[in-house]
Ligand binder design. Sequence first.
Ligand SMILES: [Mn+2]
Length: 440
Amino acid sequence: MLIGPEIHAERRARFFAALGGAAAVIPGAALATHHADCEWPFRQNSDFWYLTGFDEPEAVALFLPHRPEGERYVLFVQPREASAEVWHGFRWGCEGAVAQFGADIAHPRSELAERLPGYLKGAEGIAFRVGKHPAVEPLVLQAWAGQLDSAPRSGLAALGLVAPCPLLHELRLRKAPEELARLREAARISAEAHELARQVARPGLRERQVQAVIEQHFLEQGARGPAYGSIVAGGDNACVLHYTANNALLRDGDLLLIDAGCSLSDYYNGDITRTFPINGRFSGEQRALYELVLAAQEAAVAAVAPGQTAEDVHHTAVRVLVDGLLELGLLAGERDGIIEQGAYRHLYMHRTGHWLGLDVHDVGAYRLGEHHVALEPGMVLTVEPGLYVSDRLPVPEGQPAIAERWKGIGIRIEDDVAVTDHGHENLTAAALKAPVALER
Ligand SMILES: [Mn+2]
């Protein structure tokens, strides 16, 4: 089930309630240049999408709680224009913005500069994210400055410019049932793609041939494509966390790390990492480290429950990893001291997960000052510990040098996990990860 206009309307109602008397200006995305006069496929701004469901470039939404009923939700959009549509495709135009997307009023985007000051007049404040929207920001600042200039005589001015993100991102952090359904769908397609990838991977293929199988499945299943640059990293390439070159040959005896997930037509995302032996058999060192990462990952997933925090989930993984690394002789000393000093970070240098939703690294606070945000039903996060053994980072003082036999092993295991009333739901369990499932 796609998320329909009535859901976007409910979200706007909740956003209005959170705004109080402040007006909000939420710009959509513009097209981004790929090179010369070629553009990337359009990707809507997630905040704008969440509130509007409108998927065209260069739109701007106004939320005007101070205006009378029927004038509060205003969209500025590219107007219908045959000569532009023959090049770039269909546009809903102002009529469509009202009829299909529930805007009270819609104007051509070219009229924003002229109309914005009038619409903002009488608002108690202006909610606008500074620093992100270069085409819209000067117009908002001008309108605000105009109000401040005339305030002594009119007695009317929005006194504060505030960031809309805390309000909006609070809403986006907690997923409604229909959003969880879309995340399950993204997870299903992504997990199937990982299963297909493992079936085709073999020594002698290039990494990007495996990438092609994964992304082919995304498209074939109706997704827009990959949610982020797919990482298909054989052997030591897996120790580069954001490796996307994907052009090396897969070697007999190496592991293959794949971090890939799809983005659906309405932008909900999957984000899965699996690591398996390219020739179907783990070496002793690979198996020891794989079983350790899997134990850490399973313990961290088990820690996802209401009242726990993302910090608790991270520390659960770190404790298991450090214990195991001590046992294998890759770390030396005493666990708590190693964790406190971060003396394991040459082997595990990232956090254990992030929020997941319309953005792959989704919005929402992880902590408020000293206070870590407690997990609540409806929050969705990834759980993705790993180990990366290479010479790239120096071994911390007091820690053992790494024997050659361990080097070039990079492992990460990542699932997408929703917090439920009493625990969690692993959305990506269909991508297998038990060693017995990975060997052949
Ligand atoms: Mn991730």
